[in-house]
Every structure is written in structure tokens, then in C-alpha cells.
Design a binder for this molecule. Structure first.
Ligand SMILES: [Zn+2]
Length: 343
């Protein structure tokens, strides 16, 4: 029986505990300002060892993610005090529909959001979730029900959108494109960890190694994807993506298949759900999945958000948009990726 230490209670529990991914936008190492992976590991292991000793049989088992719960909670509380409450347009309502903003906008604000961030319908803006990790997003179509998937774009994310182009126009443009319309050199899709943001590469490697030691059979399908590759995925359809703004293009996401990769097999599904619960607790909730552990339109996707990428409020987007549109611009409108030098 796999035993893990509940991060919420500090008590011992079983591996089927429910959990949420991290919601504070930075890796724990970033939060704590610990640059050395070695120093971080030493720091992260301390509370786990202490709690393990208090749990009798629950010694430091391989499958228990090294979750520094006390440190994480302190860091989260500190950050929450800094950032305040989530805006009213954050998260979803009881039907699973985004709380689209009801904010009024001045003509100047409308102009900024249109020209810098391609937003046509201001009432389609919301923040992805109500945590301090929520990202400002824009839906070209209003979502009508929890499973009515619509295309969503994270404002300020790198993409194939051209300066001044609206997301609505870009969608129409991309829909008409064929593979031959993309420069082959720009269609980059790899499963190599070397293509990831160097800041997270070692943590991802550690996570995969720890997960495999814990018994999960994993296969990395994809790591980095260029914005053009994201656009091609949307062009080819089949529901493989609902966005042109992806953490894959920041080298901060992976698609991971579990077992034989077939969710129709009960044992694969069970293992996949277990892995998804495991990964969102790994090292202080650094990793994030889409949907719930047992319900998602994208089971493979695992990402590491960053506080450096994306907007937390509409006001943040307007402020950057005001600066990035000046000439000569010293700040780009979109957040630049941090990728390995050779690409
Ligand atoms: Zn993905």
C-alpha cells in the first residue's frame, strides 16, 4: 500500500487523496528564491522527513512527493497578502461557465486591449481561476456550458498572432491554413527535455524519475511546441487544442502518456488518474494539469506555470499594453519565452 502524507492536514493518508495543483504561479524554488536545485532539495526534504517520522509506518516512501507543505503554505499566505483577493471575473460559476467580466471600459482602455492584445469583445475576458495563479484569458465565443469547449487565449502569451490582429480574425485565418502554409523550419515539436525552459528542466527530470520510481509507466509525448506548431494543431482540428497560446511554446509544458496510453483500459485509466493526483502534489504543487484528475479533455497535459508569464488582472494587461504600444517600445506586449539558446 502506498502511503503519503496529506499536505492539507499533515496527517498520514492513502494515495487516493484528492488534491489541487499549485495555484500561486511560481515554482517553489522561485518562491523561496532558492537558485540551487541541491539547496532546494535539502530544504524541501526537511518537513517531509519530520512528518514521516511522526507517521509510524509512513516513512519516506518513494511514492510520497517531497511536498514541503509548511513552507508552501507560508509562501502562499505571504503571496496572497501581497496580491489581495481575486478579481470578481475570476474562475467559473456553479455551472462551470467563466465569470466573464462586467467591468466597464474607457475608450482608451478598449483601444489598448484591442490593439495590444487582440480583444474585440471585452465582455469575453475573464481570469482562468480564482487562485492567485489565475491568468487573464479571452474567449472568442462565450462558453455556454461546462463541456461546451470554446477557444480560449491567454492575453500576453506568445503566438502566431500578428501585431494588431484580433483573435477572432486569427482564428478565421488559421482555420483556412494548411500544413504547406507553414514554414517547415517553424513547425517544431519535440519530446526532448532539452527543449524546455532551462529554469524547470531539472525539476521536470526529477519529477519523471520520481514518478517512474513510484511505479508509473510514463512516456513523454511532447515537450516544446512552437507557436506555428500550435496553430497547425488547431488547423488540423480534432479537438486536440482549443488555444493558440500554450505553455508548450514557453517550454513549460509536457504531454505525458501513462501505461499503454489507452483510457479505455480500466487499469490504464486508474494509473493515469493516480499519476495526475500524484503530479499535482509534487514538490509543493509546482505542476498543474487541465481539468480534474479523473476528468479532462486533455489527459496528457502537465505544465509548470510561472508568475512571470501572463496577467493576473485586466488592469495589469492595460498597464503593459499602454507601455508596449509606445515608440520605441522598451517592453514587448507579449511575454517572451525563456528557451534554450539553440532553437
Ligand atoms: Zn499539452
Amino acid at each position: 500500500m502506498r502511503v503519503r502524507i496529506s499536505r492539507a492536514t499533515g496527517r498520514c493518508g492513502h494515495a487516493d487523496d484528492h488534491g489541487r495543483g499549485r495555484r500561486d504561479g511560481k515554482s517553489l524554488r522561485e518562491k523561496l528564491g532558492v537558485r540551487s536545485a541541491h539547496a532546494y532539495r535539502a530544504l524541501a526534504a526537511a518537513p517531509v522527513i519530520a512528518l514521516s517520522l511522526a507517521c509510524g509506518n509512513a516513512t519516506a516512501h518513494e511514492s510520497a512527493p517531497a511536498a514541503p507543505s509548511i513552507i508552501t503554505r507560508v509562501a502562499r499566505a505571504f503571496r496572497s497578502r501581497q496580491t489581495g483577493l481575486a478579481p470578481p471575473y475570476a474562475g467559473t460559476d456553479s455551472r462551470g461557465i467563466p465569470r466573464y467580466t462586467k467591468r466597464s471600459f474607457t475608450p482608451d482602455e478598449r483601444s489598448i486591449l484591442r490593439s495590444a492584445y487582440g480583444v474585440v469583445e471585452l465582455s469575453h475576458i475573464y481570469v482562468s481561476d480564482s487562485s492567485d495563479e489565475g491568468i487573464v484569458k479571452y474567449d472568442t465565443q462565450v462558453k455556454r456550458c461546462a463541456t461546451c469547449y470554446v477557444n480560449s487565449y491567454r492575453l500576453g502569451f506568445t503566438s502566431v498572432r500578428r501585431p494588431g490582429e484580433s483573435w477572432d480574425d486569427l482564428e478565421r485565418h488559421v482555420r483556412r491554413m494548411k500544413r504547406r502554409d507553414f514554414a517547415p523550419s517553424r513547425l517544431v515539436m519535440t519530446s526532448s527535455l532539452d527543449a524546455l525552459d532551462p529554469d524547470i528542466r531539472s525539476e521536470v527530470g526529477d519529477m519523471l524519475a520520481d514518478a517512474r520510481r513510484a511505479g508509473y509507466r510514463l512516456h513523454v509525448v511532447n515537450s516544446y511546441r512552437s507557436p506555428e506548431q500550435e496553430a497547425l494543431l488547431m488547423t488540423e482540428g480534432r479537438g486536440r487544442t482549443h488555444t493558440l497560446t500554450s505553455m508548450h511554446s514557453y517550454g513549460r509544458a509536457l504531454d505525458i502518456s501513462v501505461g499503454d496510453g489507452s483510457l479505455s483500459h480500466a487499469s490504464t485509466r486508474a494509473s493515469w488518474i493516480s499519476f495526475r493526483r500524484w503530479v499535482i502534489r509534487y514538490r509543493g504543487d509546482d505542476f498543474r494539469i487541465l481539468g480534474k484528475a479523473d476528468r479532462s479533455w486533455d489527459w496528457q497535459h502537465v505544465e509548470l506555470p510561472s508568475a512571470r508569464i501572463g496577467f493576473r488582472t485586466i488592469e495589469d494587461a492595460i498597464s503593459r499594453g499602454r507601455v508596449c504600444r509606445t515608440f520605441p517600445a522598451t517592453t514587448p506586449c507579449d511575454f517572451p519565452p525563456h528557451l534554450p539558446a539553440r532553437r
